[in-house]
Design a protein. Structure first.
Length: 243
């Protein structure tokens, strides 16, 4: 059950990854409004009536305030969700730090195994809501761009093998998911925001980085990924030599 703020009758719930404030306080003018017994006549009764009216006014103000906060929060979160982080050209050190991490089946996966391919290295966790939100589109992008030599390695931060395996099964992820139990890979790669994603070119150098959620279905993002493939002149030179 969602936590209730003591004395307010207001619940904080989560809808998807967006918090939703829900008030259980009835409007003072509604048929369901709390009924108070009529106080005794006289000055004491008048004071009691005044306090009750003030209480109703405070409750109405609380309802309006909660509604305004929820609306503003919803708009802010919607703005964040619709402004997905684009892939930005990498300006840091290259090549990236090497890693060899265990996949869920116990096999070892290293970045060097994928030389000659474009690799999306995604740092994530199951408790990270934007990480979870982008996973389905990341899987679709990998499926769509596999013919262009694109692969994904999802590096999970310090979670149990069982927890990660359940998540992978539930979403039907088919790309390599590896474990970073000590956080050493996260530290080596300088990751401070989740999700953080690096795009590694076929030459094993970082070409793009994204800090935050990415819409991997976006045509521009997929064009950037396709652009990391070796260019035509190298292929033409190989054909010329073969002749």
């Amino acid at each position: 059950m969602a936590p209730e703020f003591a004395g307010t009758g207001v619940n904080l719930q989560w809808v998807g990854w967006m918090p939703k404030c829900e008030s259980r306080i009835p409007a003072a003018t509604s048929p369901d409004a709390t009924r108070f017994p009529l106080p005794a006549r006289g000055r004491a009764g008048a004071r009691a009536i005044g306090k009750i009216e003030i209480m109703h006014a405070q409750l109405r103000a609380l309802r309006r305030g909660i509604g305004a906060i929820a609306a503003c929060l919803g708009m802010a979160l919607t703005a964040v969700n619709t402004q997905a982080s684009p892939l930005k050209p990498w300006t840091g050190a290259s090549p990236p730090p090497p890693f060899t991490l265990q996949a869920l089946d116990g096999t070892e996966v290293s970045l060097g195994q994928f030389r000659g391919r474009t690799v999306i290295v995604n740092f994530w966790a199951t408790w990270c809501v934007p990480c979870v939100a982008e996973m389905p589109s990341l899987q679709r992008a990998r499926d769509r761009l596999a013919g262009d030599g694109v692969e994904v390695i999802a590096i999970n931060l310090q979670e149990s093998r069982t927890r990660v395996a359940r998540f992978v099964d539930r979403l039907g992820l088919t790309f390599p998911v590896v474990l970073d139990p000590s956080g050493a890979a996260k530290t080596a790669w300088g990751v401070r925001v989740f999700p953080t994603t690096f795009v590694i070119g076929p030459d094993q150098r970082i070409t793009f980085v994204a800090r935050g959620q990415v819409d991997w279905d976006d045509a521009e993002v997929q064009a950037q990924l396709r652009g990391t493939k070796p260019k035509g002149p190298r292929l033409e030179r190989a054909v010329f030599i073969a002749r």
